[in-house]
Design a protein around this ligand. Structure first.
Ligand SMILES: NC(=O)c1ccc[n+]([C@@H]2O[C@H](COP(=O)([O-])OP(=O)(O)OC[C@H]3O[C@@H](n4cnc5c(N)ncnc54)[C@H](OP(=O)(O)O)[C@@H]3O)[C@@H](O)[C@H]2O)c1
Length: 317
């Protein structure tokens, strides 16, 4: 009886592995535009796709990032300066890309650029604090995608959006989770809209990985800066103890949970770009698979109790 169940499961996994192992041909003729290539996942993905033979167009935020990246890549890799929160900059980058790719079109765009700070309890912010991050993490994703979609239609290529497990579950306040929920929503509607054009749209939902967005120094600095500027009445509501616990939570959670193997995420991004049959969603990281995603399917009351008992309310990201 056990074998009757195990057999079909094993065959299904084997079939899935075979199907997912097939890669697209002619990488050397395929242009892939990646945003946020200065550091982190974007930087590693640019180098990885370059090594695999793709024609990478690395969107960099700073000149320094652009220069450093070019030192470690082939001369196939091109770079464009792009601030994804500035529509003019996005338009200019798209115009350069159009000139570069010509009739070949663009094979893929990876919307990777993003920031994670400021984060903290919602009543530590004003509406103005939400806008800059939403402009980068959400409007930037939409703007960049729309700016190159006609070029991707030419190749029936790929759109890859980097969300987060915090696009599925929202344990802390501030604009980060809101921006990532927005990315998930844009991703899902775009996937359906683009299916008739043969374009495949994939979403990457990483757990915690060691990059600048999870840098403990920056996270602690964020908590301190937000706390220092709070009006006295809000400080009194929360109490000094809350502030101190928030600081030690950063140490505890980020030392334990962050994974240093960025290739787990970059491997998923590469699969979304180069597999003949990419997945619609990728959730790299054990914390994503074993904690955040299962939690996101549980009833709200269970999730809230879990977060309140484990001190998520003191979590600043
Ligand atoms: N690390 C994690 O645990 C984790 C988990 C889930 C999701 N993510 C997501 O993964 C993506 C990449 O982040 P990362 O972890 O690799 O961190 P990262 O190293 O900070 O990478 C983010 C990149 O975006 C760039 N950037 C910031 N503002 C920009 C703007 N306005 N226009 C264009 N580029 C801009 C940054 O440039 P500068 O370095 O010059 O500022 C940086 O190169 C983000 O969308 C993040 O939300 C990360």
């Amino acid at each position: 009886m056990f074998l009757y169940v195990l057999g079909p499961v094993a065959i299904w996994f084997l079939y899935r592995w075979y199907k997912e192992s097939k890669r697209v041909p002619n990488k050397g003729e395929k242009y892939v535009y990646i945003t946020g290539c200065d550091t982190g996942f974007g930087n590693l993905l640019a180098r990885h796709l370059d090594q695999l033979g793709f024609r990478v167009i690395a969107g960099c935020y700073t000149e320094k990032g652009e220069d450093e990246l070019k030192k470690t890549t082939s001369n196939r890799l091109m770079s464009v300066h792009v601030d994804v929160s500035d529509s003019e900059s996005v338009k200019q980058a798209a115009a350069s890309i159009k000139d570069l790719v010509g009739e070949k079109g663009l094979w893929g765009v990876v919307n990777n650029a993003g920031v994670a700070l400021p984060s903290g309890p919602n009543d530590w912010f004003t509406i103005e604090d939400y806008k800059p991050m939403l402009a980068i993490n959400l409007c930037g994703v939409i703007d960049v995608t729309l700016s190159v979609l006609p070029l991707i239609k030419m190749t029936r290529g790929r759109v890859v959006n980097v969300a987060s497990v915090f696009g599925r579950i929202s344990p802390f306040g501030g604009p980060y989770c809101i921006s990532k929920y927005g990315v998930e929503s844009f991703n899902d509607s775009l996937r359906i809209n683009m299916a008739p054009f043969g374009i495949k749209v994939a979403c990457i939902e990483p757990g915690f990985f060691k990059t600048n967005v999870t840098d403990m120094g920056m996270l602690k600095n964020n908590v301190k800066k937000l706390w220092d500027r709070l009006p006295q009445n809000v400080k009194d509501d929360y109490g000094l103890d809350f502030y101190e616990r928030s600081m030690s939570e950063v140490d505890y959670k980020f030392k334990k949970l962050t994974d240093g193997n960025l290739m787990k995420v970059v491997g998923c991004m590469e699969h979304a770009i180069s597999a003949v049959h990419p997945r619609s969603r990728y959730s790299p990281g054990w914390d994503a698979k074993l904690l955040w995603l299962p939690l996101s399917y549980l009833p709200t009351s269970v999730v809230d109790t879990f977060f309140l008992l484990t001190g998520a309310q003191t979590q600043s990201i």
